[in-house]
Design a protein around this ligand. Structure first.
Ligand code: IMP
Ligand code: MG
Length: 174
Protein backbone atom coordinates (compact mmCIF):
# COMPACT_ATOMS: atom_id res chain seq x y z
CA UNK A 1 0.00 0.00 0.00
CA UNK A 2 1.26 3.48 -0.86
CA UNK A 3 1.34 6.34 1.65
CA UNK A 4 0.60 10.04 1.20
CA UNK A 5 3.93 11.83 1.06
CA UNK A 6 4.29 15.61 1.16
CA UNK A 7 7.53 17.20 -0.01
CA UNK A 8 9.32 18.86 2.93
CA UNK A 9 12.72 19.59 1.38
CA UNK A 10 13.17 19.50 -2.40
CA UNK A 11 15.95 17.61 -4.18
CA UNK A 12 17.52 20.95 -5.16
CA UNK A 13 17.55 22.20 -1.55
CA UNK A 14 19.02 18.93 -0.26
CA UNK A 15 21.77 18.99 -2.88
CA UNK A 16 22.62 22.64 -2.19
CA UNK A 17 22.85 21.89 1.52
CA UNK A 18 25.10 18.87 0.99
CA UNK A 19 27.40 21.03 -1.14
CA UNK A 20 27.59 23.62 1.67
CA UNK A 21 28.39 20.90 4.19
CA UNK A 22 31.09 19.50 1.88
CA UNK A 23 32.60 22.97 1.45
CA UNK A 24 32.92 23.33 5.23
CA UNK A 25 34.37 19.85 5.63
CA UNK A 26 36.90 20.44 2.82
CA UNK A 27 38.04 23.63 4.57
CA UNK A 28 38.14 22.10 8.06
CA UNK A 29 40.17 19.04 7.00
CA UNK A 30 42.46 20.76 4.51
CA UNK A 31 45.79 18.89 4.25
CA UNK A 32 44.35 15.88 6.06
CA UNK A 33 42.85 12.56 5.08
CA UNK A 34 39.29 11.85 6.21
CA UNK A 35 37.76 8.50 7.12
CA UNK A 36 33.99 8.53 6.59
CA UNK A 37 31.75 6.11 8.43
CA UNK A 38 28.27 5.54 7.08
CA UNK A 39 25.60 3.95 9.20
CA UNK A 40 23.60 1.42 7.19
CA UNK A 41 21.15 1.60 5.74
CA UNK A 42 19.75 5.11 6.00
CA UNK A 43 22.92 7.16 5.56
CA UNK A 44 24.09 5.51 2.33
CA UNK A 45 22.55 8.10 0.00
CA UNK A 46 23.88 11.00 2.07
CA UNK A 47 27.39 9.50 2.40
CA UNK A 48 27.63 9.06 -1.37
CA UNK A 49 26.40 12.57 -2.18
CA UNK A 50 28.70 14.07 0.46
CA UNK A 51 31.76 12.00 -0.52
CA UNK A 52 31.40 12.96 -4.20
CA UNK A 53 31.75 16.61 -3.19
CA UNK A 54 34.83 16.17 -0.99
CA UNK A 55 38.13 17.20 -2.52
CA UNK A 56 40.35 16.01 0.35
CA UNK A 57 41.49 12.34 0.27
CA UNK A 58 38.69 10.15 1.64
CA UNK A 59 38.23 6.55 2.73
CA UNK A 60 34.82 5.05 3.54
CA UNK A 61 33.64 2.27 5.83
CA UNK A 62 30.17 1.17 6.92
CA UNK A 63 28.54 -0.21 10.01
CA UNK A 64 25.04 -1.33 10.78
CA UNK A 65 23.16 -0.99 14.04
CA UNK A 66 19.58 -1.59 15.03
CA UNK A 67 17.62 0.26 17.63
CA UNK A 68 14.58 -1.77 18.43
CA UNK A 69 11.16 -0.19 18.43
CA UNK A 70 8.04 0.02 16.29
CA UNK A 71 7.83 1.53 12.80
CA UNK A 72 8.30 5.17 13.72
CA UNK A 73 9.87 5.17 17.21
CA UNK A 74 13.35 4.00 18.09
CA UNK A 75 13.51 1.83 21.16
CA UNK A 76 16.55 2.77 23.15
CA UNK A 77 18.46 -0.50 23.06
CA UNK A 78 21.06 -0.33 20.31
CA UNK A 79 22.59 -3.49 18.86
CA UNK A 80 25.56 -3.90 16.53
CA UNK A 81 24.63 -5.83 13.39
CA UNK A 82 27.72 -5.22 11.28
CA UNK A 83 30.93 -3.73 12.63
CA UNK A 84 33.44 -1.63 10.69
CA UNK A 85 36.06 -3.42 8.62
CA UNK A 86 38.96 -1.03 9.26
CA UNK A 87 40.49 0.14 12.56
CA UNK A 88 40.06 3.81 13.55
CA UNK A 89 43.20 4.38 15.56
CA UNK A 90 44.96 7.60 14.58
CA UNK A 91 42.43 8.49 11.86
CA UNK A 92 40.40 11.66 11.37
CA UNK A 93 36.94 10.12 11.55
CA UNK A 94 33.63 11.61 10.47
CA UNK A 95 30.53 9.66 11.36
CA UNK A 96 27.80 10.33 8.81
CA UNK A 97 24.16 9.84 9.77
CA UNK A 98 20.87 10.42 8.01
CA UNK A 99 18.91 11.74 10.97
CA UNK A 100 19.17 12.32 14.70
CA UNK A 101 15.93 11.77 16.51
CA UNK A 102 16.12 10.74 20.18
CA UNK A 103 19.91 10.69 19.90
CA UNK A 104 20.12 7.20 21.37
CA UNK A 105 21.73 5.59 18.34
CA UNK A 106 24.40 8.26 17.99
CA UNK A 107 25.08 8.50 21.70
CA UNK A 108 25.88 4.79 21.65
CA UNK A 109 27.89 4.96 18.41
CA UNK A 110 30.00 7.98 19.36
CA UNK A 111 30.93 6.32 22.64
CA UNK A 112 31.83 3.07 20.91
CA UNK A 113 33.94 4.76 18.22
CA UNK A 114 35.75 7.03 20.68
CA UNK A 115 37.03 3.95 22.49
CA UNK A 116 38.86 2.97 19.30
CA UNK A 117 41.12 6.03 19.65
CA UNK A 118 40.70 7.96 16.41
CA UNK A 119 42.82 11.14 16.10
CA UNK A 120 39.51 13.01 15.95
CA UNK A 121 35.84 12.07 15.81
CA UNK A 122 33.14 14.35 14.44
CA UNK A 123 29.55 13.91 13.41
CA UNK A 124 27.63 14.97 10.32
CA UNK A 125 23.86 14.54 10.12
CA UNK A 126 21.67 15.51 7.19
CA UNK A 127 18.60 15.99 9.40
CA UNK A 128 18.09 16.80 13.05
CA UNK A 129 14.89 16.77 15.11
CA UNK A 130 16.16 18.64 18.18
CA UNK A 131 12.76 18.57 19.93
CA UNK A 132 12.95 14.81 20.23
CA UNK A 133 16.32 14.53 21.92
CA UNK A 134 16.54 12.34 25.04
CA UNK A 135 20.31 11.77 24.85
CA UNK A 136 22.82 14.61 24.42
CA UNK A 137 24.67 14.47 21.09
CA UNK A 138 26.91 17.18 19.65
CA UNK A 139 26.48 17.51 15.89
CA UNK A 140 29.43 19.15 14.12
CA UNK A 141 27.79 19.44 10.69
CA UNK A 142 23.99 19.65 10.51
CA UNK A 143 22.05 19.82 7.26
CA UNK A 144 18.52 20.78 8.28
CA UNK A 145 16.73 21.07 11.60
CA UNK A 146 13.22 19.74 11.04
CA UNK A 147 10.07 19.61 13.17
CA UNK A 148 8.89 16.45 14.89
CA UNK A 149 7.42 14.72 11.82
CA UNK A 150 8.22 11.32 10.36
CA UNK A 151 10.22 11.81 7.19
CA UNK A 152 11.32 9.56 4.34
CA UNK A 153 13.52 9.77 1.27
CA UNK A 154 17.21 10.31 0.69
CA UNK A 155 17.89 7.02 2.47
CA UNK A 156 15.22 7.30 5.16
CA UNK A 157 12.56 4.64 5.22
CA UNK A 158 9.11 3.90 6.47
CA UNK A 159 8.92 0.10 6.90
CA UNK A 160 11.88 -0.14 4.46
CA UNK A 161 10.09 1.79 1.71
CA UNK A 162 10.80 5.20 0.14
CA UNK A 163 14.57 5.25 0.75
CA UNK A 164 15.03 5.96 -2.96
CA UNK A 165 12.93 9.16 -3.08
CA UNK A 166 15.24 11.98 -4.26
CA UNK A 167 13.70 14.50 -1.80
CA UNK A 168 12.76 14.57 1.89
CA UNK A 169 9.06 13.96 2.38
CA UNK A 170 6.67 13.70 5.31
CA UNK A 171 4.53 10.59 5.57
CA UNK A 172 1.11 12.13 6.20
CA UNK A 173 -0.77 9.00 7.19
CA UNK A 174 1.45 7.27 9.79
P1 IMP B 1 17.50 7.85 17.35
O1 IMP B 1 18.32 6.76 17.96
O2 IMP B 1 16.16 7.98 18.01
O3 IMP B 1 18.20 9.17 17.23
O4 IMP B 1 17.07 7.34 15.93
C1 IMP B 1 17.91 7.34 14.87
C2 IMP B 1 17.39 6.40 13.80
O5 IMP B 1 15.95 6.31 13.81
C3 IMP B 1 17.77 6.96 12.47
O6 IMP B 1 19.05 6.53 12.07
C4 IMP B 1 16.65 6.44 11.58
O7 IMP B 1 16.97 5.15 11.12
C5 IMP B 1 15.44 6.36 12.49
N1 IMP B 1 14.55 7.54 12.35
C6 IMP B 1 14.37 8.52 13.25
N2 IMP B 1 13.50 9.45 12.80
C7 IMP B 1 13.14 9.04 11.57
C8 IMP B 1 12.27 9.60 10.55
O8 IMP B 1 11.63 10.66 10.68
N3 IMP B 1 12.16 8.86 9.41
C9 IMP B 1 12.84 7.70 9.19
N4 IMP B 1 13.66 7.16 10.11
C10 IMP B 1 13.82 7.82 11.28
MG1 MG C 1 15.50 3.35 9.90
Amino acid sequence: MENDIRVLITKKKVEEKIQQMADRINADYQGKQLHLIGVLRGSVFFVCELAKRLTIPVTIDFMSVASYGDGTQSGGVVHMIKDLEDPLEGKEVLLVEDIIDSGRTLYYLMKLLKERQPASLKLAALLDKPERRVRPVKVDYTGFEIPDEFVVGYGLDYAQKYRNLPFIGVVEDV
